[in-house]
Structure formats: C-alpha cells, structure tokens
Ligand binder design. Structure first.
Ligand code: SF4
Ligand code: SF4
Length: 99
C-alpha cells in the first residue's frame, strides 16, 4: 500500500487547529470541553496561544517544545489557513504595487 507523504507547511496562525479541539495544555486549563479553545487569541492579524504568550521565557521554551509550536502545520489545506493565505497574498501584492 502506498501512503502520501505530507510535509508540514509553515504555521501562519490561522487558529484552525485550536478552534477544532483543545491540546493537552488547553484541557489542563479549561477542562475537557469542545473547541474553540478559550485561550486562543487574535492579535496583529493572526492567532496566538494566550497561555504561551503569558508564560515567562523559560516556560515558553518548554511549552513550544512540547506542543511543537512553530514546527509547521499538518493541516495546511484547511479553509481558515487557505483564506488567510489569500489575504496575505493580497496585502503583499497591494503593498508592492506602485502608488
Ligand atoms: S496554520 Fe496550521 S498549525 Fe498554524 S494555527 Fe493554522 S491550522 Fe494550526
Ligand atoms: S490556544 Fe493554546 S492551549 Fe488552546 S488549544 Fe491552542 S495551543 Fe492549546
């Protein structure tokens, strides 16, 4: 049997994954509830984990390592990420056009 190998794409903070379900950290903070995670924050045109943002730098390092934050997106075809990519490309093309 053949398997398709999906390479992680860059995370652009669409928030899709944390809207679908809570990670271990989210369950620890909020209990076993359905998504979206109450700790999900939107700021500066992208989503962030509020728990990671509020942690001190040592704890942030530990959390990022254990939650694989910044290591890429395994759900790169989700609609939120695709929509964000379209917006990013539009704003890039607008800012690079002569005015
Ligand atoms: S780009 Fe992928 S990993 Fe990043 S927040 Fe969206 S779904 Fe999650
Ligand atoms: S917002 Fe943070 S705690 Fe909540 S699911 Fe996402 S990474 Fe986990």
């Amino acid at each position: 049997m053949r398997y398709m190998e999906l390479k992680p794409r860059p995370c652009i903070g669409s928030g899709y994954c944390c809207k679908q379900s809570l990670c271990m950290l989210g369950v620890e903070a909020h209990g076993s509830i359905p998504g979206p995670c109450p700790s999900l924050e939107f700021d500066d045109d992208r989503h962030w984990c509020g728990i990671v943002r509020k942690a001190d730098s040592e704890k942030q390092k530990w959390l990022k390592n254990n939650l694989h934050i910044g290591e890429g997106c395994c759900s790169s075809l989700n609609s939120d990420r695709r929509g964000m990519l379209v917006k990013l490309r539009l704003s890039e093309s607008n800012s690079s056009s002569p005015s």
